[in-house]
Design a binder for this molecule. Structure first.
Ligand SMILES: [Zn+2]
Length: 249
């Protein structure tokens, strides 16, 4: 799982983890830093996001927050949209958003960390892309992404995988003339050349460069119609066309 992210929020000697697909790196980090695990947040049921939960909870008796409408191993606190997850040990209070599409019951978390808005988006919104639609419909996925795109522009997006460069290659095929996209591609490539993460990214940059948040933009809509070879009915049709185009890209 070389491109999976497991996010940690640490405050002093306490930490929580998000989507621990693997326990080993988390346990090693906790031991190395002398930090105590206080909770686990899960966005969806896929193995590369929950695979480490059992081994972590075997050693640390901590609450496991996860989507109510999915089967999550070890989950103690089922969450749905509107719930608030309070994690005082690390100074976090997160609200839950239902973001189905990649999976049927996926959730995202949104809150402020030291005053900075952050969101954990799992495999719904990726930096410069989005997850595949495995269990939901294009209309659901589009609505979920629109919900995330409506978060404040300075929100930092923490997603589940390092897919940015591949996503940007597709984004440039859709919108070769978007100057914000060209600038971002150069910047993110420079980070990867130094083996630095491209995640997190700001939401306003996602809105300016991520084709899956831009299906209603005339240039993106037109590119989708040209790819489909037919007139598109609406924004959801354009979004669905983009998602299928990316699947075969
Ligand atoms: Zn997934």
């Amino acid at each position: 799982m070389r491109d999976n992210y497991i996010w940690v929020v640490r405050e002093g000697r306490n930490a929580i983890v998000v989507d621990p697909g693997d326990a080993a790196p988390v346990l090693a980090w906790l031991a190395q830093e002398g930090v105590e695990l206080k909770g686990i947040l899960i966005t969806h049921h896929h193995g590369d996001h929950v695979g480490g939960v059992a081994a972590l909870t075997a050693r640390h008796s901590v609450p496991v927050y996860g989507p109510a409408h999915e089967s999550i191993p070890g989950r103690t606190h089922p969450v749905v949209e509107g719930d608030i997850v309070s994690l005082p040990d690390v100074g976090l209070e997160l609200s839950v958003l239902d973001v189905p599409g990649h999976t049927a019951g996926q959730v995202a978390y949104f809150g402020r960390c030291d005053g900075v808005p952050i969101t954990f988006t799992g495999d719904t919104l990726f930096t410069a892309g989005c997850g595949r639609i495995f269990e939901g419909t294009p209309a659901q996925m589009h609505a979920s992404l629109s919900k995330l795109a409506a978060l404040p522009g300075d929100t930092l997006v923490y997603c589940g995988h390092e897919y940015t460069l591949a996503n940007l290659r597709f984004a440039l095929a859709v919108e070769p003339g978007n100057p914000a996209l060209l600038a971002r591609q150069a910047r993110e490539q420079a980070k990867r050349d130094r083996n630095l993460p491209t995640v997190p990214a700001r939401m306003d940059e996602e809105c300016a460069t991520n084709p899956f948040l831009r299906a209603a933009e005339p240039a993106v809509f037109a590119a989708a119609a040209a790819h489909a070879g037919r007139p598109l009915a609406d924004t959801v049709d354009a979004f669905a066309t983009l998602r299928e185009w990316k699947n075969g890209f």
